[in-house]
Ligand binder design. Structure first.
Ligand SMILES: Nc1ncnc2c1ncn2[C@@H]1O[C@H](COP(=O)(O)OP(=O)(O)O)[C@@H](O)[C@H]1O
Ligand SMILES: [Mg+2]
Length: 291
């Protein structure tokens, strides 16, 4: 399966898109809300049903306790998004000040996600939030860079508006450099367009010199549900976001496997900790709490 990380230059729809992909995927899916600026899913789609005793922050302490603890804590902090538990979310930070404590957790967490994708058969979507830069490179605390290094695809979410595009151009080169040096290559980076504004996908690809790997519709009703919770809209003609997200996630899977074949980039090493198989077991037993 695929590990896809979503980022933005400035709030563009990363969390909404990550939720759409996780909910619409044709495969079992996991969404990790890893935005260092803090999570919004807990108060939004989950409408406060999950308190601060669950979520990303607890993985920092678990990682310090050892790999086994991290693997098990990860599994037990996933909240089901559907009745069958085939779609789950790890809720994000409740306080942006917690981000500093996660810097040393990202590499191990990246590995957990890799295993869940490659061995567990999950499509993993990472909400990596807004890219923060420092001296032209990714900020070490405010961007979860190790998660981007380990992803098959890193998608910069943009809208087709001049505001969105004019900011996006400044994060592309630092992202490419980072992925070239420390990830699986600069070509892991692509654009995910939210179709708001006048610019068309081919124009954007040309201007930003990056492929548009998916275009998702501007669909305020579905986005409103994903952002605030409540009742999902059911008219797929008027509300095309989830059906289109399903196609997008199928395309990402195909793009990631094409990339692997073309570049022959080494398959990620076998799990560094055999305990990770425990995560998979726990997930298949549905050990996580109901949201
Ligand atoms: N495809 C979409 N169509 C319409 N509105 C959207 C779409 N995606 C996101 N939005 C809206 O844009 C706003 C910001 O989205 P959000 O996902 O919170 O952005 P980010 O995580 O990048 O800060 C929210 O009000 C959300 O409902
Ligand atoms: Mg967000």
């Amino acid at each position: 399966m695929t590990v896809t990380a979503l980022v933005s230059a400035k709030s563009s729809g990363v969390t909404t898109t990550a939720l759409a992909l996780a909910l619409a995927s044709s495969q079992p899916s996991l969404l990790a809300e890893c935005d260092p600026a803090g999570g919004t899913i807990r108060a939004g789609l989950l409408q406060g049903r999950v308190d601060a005793s669950y979520g990303l922050y607890h993985l920092a302490a678990a990682e310090r306790a050892g790999d086994d603890a991290l693997a098990h804590t990860f599994a037990s902090h996933l909240i089901p998004l559907d009745g069958a538990g085939n779609r789950r979310v790890l809720p994000g930070l409740t306080d942006p000040a917690q981000a500093a404590g996660l810097s040393r957790t990202w590499p191990a967490l990246s590995q957990v996600m890799r295993v869940l994708s490659d061995e567990g058969g999950y499509d993993v979507t990472i909400d990596a939030g807004r890219i923060a830069l420092e001296s032209g490179a990714l900020h070490p605390v405010l961007t979860p860079a190790p998660l981007l290094h380990g992803a098959d695809l890193v998608l910069l979410v943009v809208r087709g508006t001049s505001q969105s595009l004019s900011l996006a151009r400044y994060v592309i080169d630092p992202l490419k450099a980072e992925l070239e040096e420390r990830g699986s290559g600069a070509d892991a980076l692509g654009l995910l367009l939210i179709e708001e504004g006048p610019a068309r996908a081919h124009e954007i690809a040309e201007t930003l010199r990056l492929p548009v790997l998916a275009a998702l519709p501007f669909d305020p009703e579905t986005a409103g549900y994903l952002t605030h919770g409540g009742q999902p809209p059911r008219n797929s003609k008027r509300n095309p976001l989830l059906p289109r997200a399903r196609t997008a996630s199928d395309n990402f899977r195909a793009a990631a496997s094409r990339r692997r074949l073309q570049r022959q980039y080494p398959q990620p090493p076998a799990p560094a900790y055999p305990q990770l198989s425990g995560v998979l077991q726990r997930l298949s037993q549905g050990a996580a709490p109901r949201g």
